[in-house]
Design a protein around this ligand. Structure first.
Ligand code: BYC
Length: 476
């Protein structure tokens, strides 16, 4: 295993000390990153001790070292998963040839575009969650938020390293721009739509972790297959951290469902108003939040038919998650994929696309299946409690802003409908102003160790085998 050198200003396992030019360039970027963190990160909590996990090595034993840290002292660094000996290209036109340690000149701009897009999402999410700490439902949750924030900061470092080390001057300029665009900024927004959506309450935060971080999982897994080995190794290590972010989303939403079921039992009613009177999240409201974040996150996969996707697959730049184990045909030169598109007459029709052009849709399909898992679990909880309500994912055609279904009004089942009906029924489908006001009213900060806000049940266990009433963030 390779270990991380913590005596360095920038902890790393890429032997930065022996590349003075790169080291200087990154040391120049570092204070800008810290300025950005102070301005856009959870800086109101900078002086408090937080129980955080930090990677000290990239193997199974080393990557999760727990300790108490003030967030500005967190050791953001550059950690690549260990190389796989004799790794060969796993897909596309160059299948079977040795992987690349440098970016081939002809693919430079395609690689840069993907790395910049990936890098842009990481600080974006920290910006979106900037003020959430003030309304935390518990110290346990507050700590999880901060863990996610520092790791997204590290994921930014991961992409910035690749830009600096392999893209010369263009890469350095792009790294600056990653700190100049901001989530929701009218003039300089983040690149992808979802990363400009406000996250002002913890219900949105848990939905974001469940749906949007899961896009992160699928995109990182695709880039972990890349023929450009340093990118693949970076993404492979990022995935170990990403898993916790989805855990926070899945357990967060599961705990909301559990609390709501308790209230339904206590009051003997499933009437949303009765549940709200007890300060919990009624299941219809939860469904509207799921509809919002799921449909927004679906857009992150890009268009159903995409020449960009075809090119990046053909060129060995971006593969499919688990390319080696999940698929037989790694070249996909002649195969096709069936996609559903609008028929232009208010209906749906099936169309065959060359497989390479449909790679975004292949990923989106796999993502949707993965999203279903949590819903099945929550529905089981609801059923066991004796209720017939079922949470559902809307159709992938619903409320799309990117691709074949962009701006085509459909109902939740994906049936095309008229614009007037769509607008009229929308308040039943997405959170409205009164929903958001209600959720906002629930967001009262709870910071007594072990205590939870009234709208969310306690988690099953604490962090790293510590008790639930451990003081995960010392606020005094
Ligand atoms: N919003 O051919 P198209 C994560 C753009 S999340 C706005 O349809 P393509 C994380 C697209 O960029 C994972 N624009 O799609 C989670 C392109 O623009 P340009 C992030 C969009 O190119 C939580 C144009 O539309 N990683 O890690 O095949 C917390 C036409 O594109 C959107 C990545 O996304 C959108 N939703 O694929 C923290 C991986 N969708 O270039 C972190 C890197 C598309 O023509 N990115 N566009 O100006 C990619 O692989 C691809 O760029 C995409 C789109 C999958 C995004």
């Amino acid at each position: 295993m390779s270990t991380i050198d913590y005596s360095e200003k920038i902890p790393n396992n890429v032997d930065l000390a022996n590349d003075r030019t790169l080291q200087r360039a990154l040391e120049h970027w570092q204070p800008r990153f810290l300025d950005w963190w102070r301005e856009m990160g959870p800086n109101d909590f900078a002086s408090f001790d937080v129980y955080l996990r930090t990677a000290i090595g990239v193997d199974a034993q080393g990557w999760a070292h727990y300790g108490t840290v003030k967030m500005p002292d967190y050791r953001w660094g550059i950690f690549l998963a260990d190389p796989i000996a004799d790794r060969t290209i796993g897909f596309g036109d160059s299948f079977g040839q040795p992987v690349w340690q440098q970016v081939p000149g002809e693919f430079r701009s395609q690689f840069r575009r993907l790395i910049v897009t990936q890098g842009d999402t990481e600080p974006a999410s920290v910006e979106q969650q900037h003020r959430l700490g003030h309304t935390c439902p518990s110290l346990y949750d507050l700590r999880n938020l901060f863990q996610i924030n520092v790791e997204e900061g590290r994921h930014l470092w991961a992409m910035v390293y690749i830009l600096h080390a392999y893209f010369g001057r263009d890469g350095r300029e792009e790294a600056e721009e990653l700190l100049a665009r901001h989530a929701g900024d009218v003039d300089k927004p983040r690149i992808l739509g979802t990363f400009n959506e406000p996250i002002e309450d913890w219900l949105s935060f848990f939905c974001f972790c469940y749906f949007t971080d899961r896009d992160g999982k699928f995109q990182l897994k695709s880039l972990a297959e890349s023929s450009f080995d340093p990118l693949a190794r970076t993404c492979r290590f990022m995935l170990t951290e990403e898993a916790h972010h989805m855990f926070v989303g899945e357990t967060g939403l599961g705990r909301i469902v559990r609390r709501t079921l308790e209230v339904m039992k206590e009051t003997g009613s499933d009437d949303p108003e009765a549940i709200r009177r007890q300060g919990a999240v009624d299941l219809h409201l939860l469904q509207r939040y799921l509809n919002f974040w799921f449909s927004s996150s679906l857009d992150l996969f890009g268009s159903e038919v995409s020449s960009n996707a075809a090119t990046t697959f053909a060129n060995g730049i971006k593969g499919r998650p688990d390319e080696t184990t999940q698929y037989q045909d790694h070249v996909c030169a002649d195969s096709t994929f069936e996609i559903e598109v609008p028929d232009g007459k208010g209906g749906v029709m099936k169309e065959l696309s060359p497989m390479r052009n449909a790679m975004n849709e292949v990923l989106r399909d796999a993502y949707i299946r993965d999203c279903e898992i949590g819903l099945k679990r929550w529905n089981m909880q609801i059923k066991r409690a004796g209720y017939s309500f079922e949470l559902k994912l809307p159709s992938s055609r619903f409320r799309r802003a990117i691709g074949a279904w962009a701006s085509i009004p459909t109902d939740l089942e994906g049936r095309p409908i008229g614009r007037e009906e769509y607008d009229r029924r929308m308040p039943g489908w997405l959170p409205g102003a009164s929903d958001r006001d209600y959720v906002k009213s629930l967001m009262q900060r709870v910071v007594e160790p072990g205590k939870m806000a009234a709208w969310v049940a306690a988690p099953e266990r604490g962090v790293n085998n510590l008790p639930l009433d451990y003081e995960y963030v010392r606020l005094n």
